[in-house]
Ligand binder design. Structure first.
Ligand code: COA
Length: 353
């Protein structure tokens, strides 16, 4: 194992850009408690029919009292390390917008609990695009000398939702997913071949938690209770999601020179968004991976949890030309392309409500 701060070694020092980041491990974890649409309808003015038809979601896993993002991240990280057959990495990058505390970052604690010693560990905040951003960061770390990186996406949005907001409570679930990437060559299965990342801060207000940040705190005006909750303007977000996810996936597909992709593993926000993006990419229904019916939108965990489910179900197989795509608050979006490698993946917990 190399030192996390080292930049290059031997031949790689002369040609750091020839080091590709190769996905070689995958794991996911979901909290035990499962809440179905009927349970939500017993406390909110909603129905199983509305939620299923407008979003495609049937159940979601939610953390128990006292359970936090790091708890889920550690379990997912442990499974990814096991899948890769390693106990060591050079760095941990945790994508999350619901850290255990606003300061410090959650990644160092996750790294310690995984027994990874004093490796570099930090959080990346890009809401639902966080996992793709973190993968891009890990690719850069590998190009400049890290031999392996654990990339985790973990969020517990149930802890920041307005208990009275039927829209957001219908959509979000909690979870964590993780991959390991190691230094390798661009020709290997699992090599991250290309990325497309973007943002539009002019639309930052569409998805936001107003309280708890420097703007609210420096105002000297105490925050109203509701300002601590997550708020989303669903309709424009929907439109931007379809547009940006379609553009971004097409851009990365062109950048890596594919005329077509075999699988799309995209952020699981809404079945109608997935269908629209799949159509833009000329993909058949079965080529668009879906697990939101049972987990909902798990924010930064969404893509790696969907990857784990798809591998276990056989929907994603070695050799598939695979596009990953995230979209979320910021606004942010991002896509990546890789040929899916042959990995052994444990099924994420599946419990009936
Ligand atoms: N149960 C019943 N009715 C609901 C409801 C629920 N859970 N949530 C909203 N409604 C109601 C609204 O109040 C509204 O009622 P009104 O017409 O009387 O005002 C009606 O349903 C339509 O609401 P609208 O917001 O127009 O629904 P929609 O079809 O746009 O679906 C979302 C709402 C949130 C599911 C959808 O906009 C969406 O998925 N947006 C994108 C989310 C996303 O991609 N996020 C990614 C980043 S986090």
């Amino acid at each position: 194992m190399s030192h996390p701060n080292r930049v290059g070694r031997g031949d790689d020092r002369a040609h750091p850009s020839h080091r590709a980041a190769v996905v070689d491990g995958l794991g996911a974890w979901l909290p035990e408690r499962v809440v179905d649409n009927h349970e939500l309808a017993s406390v909110l003015d909603t129905s199983d029919e509305w939620i299923r038809s407008r979003t495609g979601i049937g159940t979601r896993h939610l953390v128990a009292a006292g359970e936090s993002t790091s708890d889920l991240a550690v379990e997912a990280g442990r499974r990814a390390l096991k899948s890769a057959g390693t106990a060591r990495v050079d760095a941990v990058v945790l994508a999350t917008s619901t850290p255990d505390r606003s300061c410090p970052a959650t990644a160092p604690e996750v790294a310690s609990r995984l027994g990874l010693g004093g490796v570099a560990a930090f959080d990346v905040a890009a809401v639902c695009t966080g996992f793709v951003y973190a993968l891009r960061v890990a690719t850069g770390l590998v190009a400049t000398g890290c031999d392996s990186v654990l990339v985790i996406g973990a969020d517990t949005f149930s802890t920041i939702l307005d208990p009275a907001d039927r829209t957001t409570r219908a959509i979000f679930g909690d979870g964590a997913g993780a991959v390991t990437v190691r230094a390798g060559s661009p020709g290997e299965p699992g090599a991250l071949l290309g990325f497309d990342l973007g943002s539009d801060g002019e639309l930052a207000d569409l998805i936001a938690v107003d309280a708890g940040g420097s703007r609210q705190r420096s105002s000297g005006v105490p925050a109203a209770e509701r300002d601590h909750y997550f708020a989303m303007d669903g309709k424009p977000v929907f439109r931007h999601a379809v547009l940006r996810m379609s553009e971004s996936t097409r851009a990365v597909r062109a950048a890596v020179g594919w005329d077509a992709a075999d699988r799309l593993v995209a952020h699981q926000a809404n079945a109608r968004i997935l269908a629209a993006v799949g159509e833009q990419l000329d993909l058949a229904d079965e080529q668009v991976v879906r697990n939101l019916d049972r987990v909902g939108n798990t924010v930064a965990a969404s893509i790696p949890v969907a990857l784990a489910d798809a591998v276990v179900d056989g929907a994603l197989r070695p050799g598939h030309r695979t596009l990953l795509c995230g979209f979320g608050g910021g606004l942010t979006w991002g896509s990546a392309a890789l040929v899916w490698p042959d990995l052994t993946v444990e099924a994420p917990p599946r419990r009936l409500p």
